[in-house]
Each structure stands twice: as C-alpha cells, then as structure tokens.
Design a protein. Structure first.
Length: 364
C-alpha cells in the first residue's frame, strides 16, 4: 500500500488566506486602523511547528519569543532561545507528540517559562475585547486561540494558533496558523472562531478558549528550572501524596525537612533541576547556590535540589504536618527564603510548582 502524501489543503470558502489578494487588502485596511500592531513582533518570530502534534508548542514558541522573554537556558551553541525542545515543563515531549496539549497545559507551560497568563472560556464580547487589546499593542498582551478545526470546516480537530491582528469593520481575526504545511495563515470571522472554541476538549473535559500572555514583571536568575520527565502527575504526587506518610510522623521542623529530602531523593528523575549555562548567568548562579547552601534548610536536607524544592514547595506539601511543627517549619522556611540572592529564584520555582499543581488538579 502506497501512502498518499499531502501538500497543504484548500481553506474553506469563508476563511481568507492571508497572502491572497483579499487577504492582503484586509491586512492594509486593518493596519490603517491600528489593529495590526501585534503582527510585527509575531511575524519576526513566525515558526512552523516542528511536529504534526506540536501546534501548542509551536504557538508558544512564537509568542514567548515575540514577548522577548529570555528562557535563561541554552538552545544551541551560545544562544538562548525558545524552541519546542525546551518546553517540557508540564508534560514530556513524547507525550505531547502522542496526545498534543490541552489549553490548561499550554497555560501551565507559559507560566513555567516566564509569562503571566490568563485562561479564558468566556463570552464572545470578552474574546473581542482581548483580541482588540492585543491587536492594538505592539508587544503585549499576546493571544493564543484554542479551537476545533472541524467547526471551521477544516480537517482535524483541536488546534492552537497565535492571534496576529483584527479587522474591525468586518470583525475578522487573523490566525497565524503554525501548521503552515497544512493551512496558511488566514482571516476568520470572530463569531466563527468563538463557536469553534465551544466544543469540549476530550483531553481536559472543558471547552476550548484562548490564553492571554504577558511578560512576567519580575525575572529570576533562572538557576533552577523544574521539568517533568515522566509527567506532571508524577511530579505533583512526589510533592504531595508520596511524602505524606513520612511528613505526618515528623516531630519537628528538622524531621519534616529530612523526610521531604528523602522523598525527593526517592523520586529519582521525576524532577530535573537545570543550572545556568550561559556565561552571564554564572555569577548570579553562584550567588544563588552560595545563599542556598548557607540556609538551615540546606544543612538539614544536605542537597541543593532537595533544599531548593523544600523552600519552593507549595503550602499543600506540608498540610499533613502537625500544627505546632507546621508553625515552626513555616518560620524556618520563611527566614531561609528571605536571602536577597535566593528570594527571586525560590519565588520563580514556587510559581512553577503552583502552576503545575493547578494544571494537575484541573485534570483530576
């Protein structure tokens, strides 16, 4: 049997290809009204997804780079740049390749990689407001739409695309489709796009929608970045359920931190902590490590990874500890987190862990 190959597909009649005569005219008209300001930052970073299942990762690569967020990690050679292979915080790439991403998972990834996010499954009026606000701004916010291709008359189903502009007179949204091998960027009526967001995503059990992304105001030294090799559920379980029996028996704060460190050690490669590789981050990384190793938490845990995770762990991690021990523990951890060189990094890790926990809870 010979596999038939495919070179792109024709757009449904109601959708307008960006590079067509009509599509270019729509661009000029929208540009004249000031509703294409975000297009230029996105166009600079426009990218074809690296795998047929990577529409979410590809859209996120475009938007994170358009927001000019420094990933703090090397891509290749000396270059720090977002690529799909770096976006493995909330789900292993092999799993994404097999199942794709849900909208909540994409939001979790964005949060883990330096963006502030807002997930929306709201009214068409809210969608229009967010599209217009993004279209009229040269840098942020940025929008990623999550929708059903089938509802738009296209082949396939769940898909992600960055939103690249808006035509106010005709109420059209420009979708910068990252699956350029399948469909070109195209204009779609906003009402049809909103309708395409209503079908329930079978992976999440919730309707689709859109994600609003901005740059996080406070950066960190990015010494540690949390990743999940086997999946977010394993990470959250390691930080909550797996260590509950040992933590519940802790007689004091030292015993609780010791139990935590042993549980993290037993978790193996569920948690990967990446240290800074870029030369300009080395001094900051050394300052963070020195501050971490000077803490009481580190003296008890005896390990950089376990100590950093104990300082960054969400409050739910310690919920089974006795009340008096929890008060002692909170005082110790709060004091250790306050070191000037360490505080931004711990705050960053805590944000990542909380984003992962929120994502895992929505999947339950």
């Amino acid at each position: 049997m010979t596999l038939q190959s495919i070179y792109r597909r024709p757009l449904p009649e109601e959708l307008v290809a960006f590079a067509s005569d009509e599509g270019r005219r729509l661009f000029r008209e929208a540009l004249a009204t000031g509703h294409m300001e975000n297009f230029f930052a996105l166009a600079e970073q426009f990218h074809t997804q690296a795998d047929p299942a990577f529409c979410g990762l590809g859209s996120l690569v475009v938007v994170l780079n358009a927001l000019a967020i420094d990933p703090g990690r090397l891509w290749k050679g000396p270059w720090r740049w977002f690529h799909e292979e770096l976006l493995d915080c909330c789900s292993p790439l092999d799993r994404v390749r097999e199942k794709g991403l849900s909208m909540d998972e994409l939001a979790c990834l964005a949060q883990c990689n330096g963006a502030d996010v807002r997930v929306e499954r709201a009214s068409i009026d809210r969608l229009r407001e967010d599209v217009i606000r993004a279209a009229r701004s040269p840098r942020e916010p940025m929008l990623v739409a999550s929708y059903s291709r089938r509802t738009l008359g296209q082949t396939g189903d769940g898909h992600f695309s960055p939103v690249g502009g808006y035509h106010p007179e005709r109420d059209l949204v420009l979708l910068l489709d990252v699956a350029r091998f399948k469909y070109p960027p195209h204009w779609v009526p906003l009402a049809k796009l909103h309708a395409a967001m209503q079908p329930v995503d079978p992976e999440s059990g919730a309707p689709r929608g859109w994600v609003v992304l901005t740059r996080r105001a406070s950066a960190s030294a990015l010494v540690f970045s949390i990743s999940t090799r086997s999946g977010v559920d394993d990470l959250v379980r390691a930080l909550t359920l797996d260590m509950r029996p040992a933590l519940a028996e802790a007689a004091d704060a030292r015993a609780a931190i010791g139990a935590f460190a042993r549980a993290i050690g037993a978790a193996g490669d569920v948690i990967e902590l990446r240290e800074a590789e870029a030369p300009e981050h080395v001094r900051a990384a050394e300052s963070v490590r020195d501050a971490l190793r000077a803490t009481e938490t580190h003296r008890i845990a005896g390990d950089d990874a376990a100590a950093a995770l104990a300082l960054a762990a969400p409050d739910a991690t310690w919920s089974v500890v006795g009340e008096e021990v929890r008060a002692e523990l909170a005082s110790l951890l709060e004091r250790d987190r306050a070191a000037a060189a360490l505080a931004p990094e711990i705050r960053r890790m805590r944000e990542q862990l909380e984003a992962l926990a929120r994502f895992a809870s929505r999947r339950c």
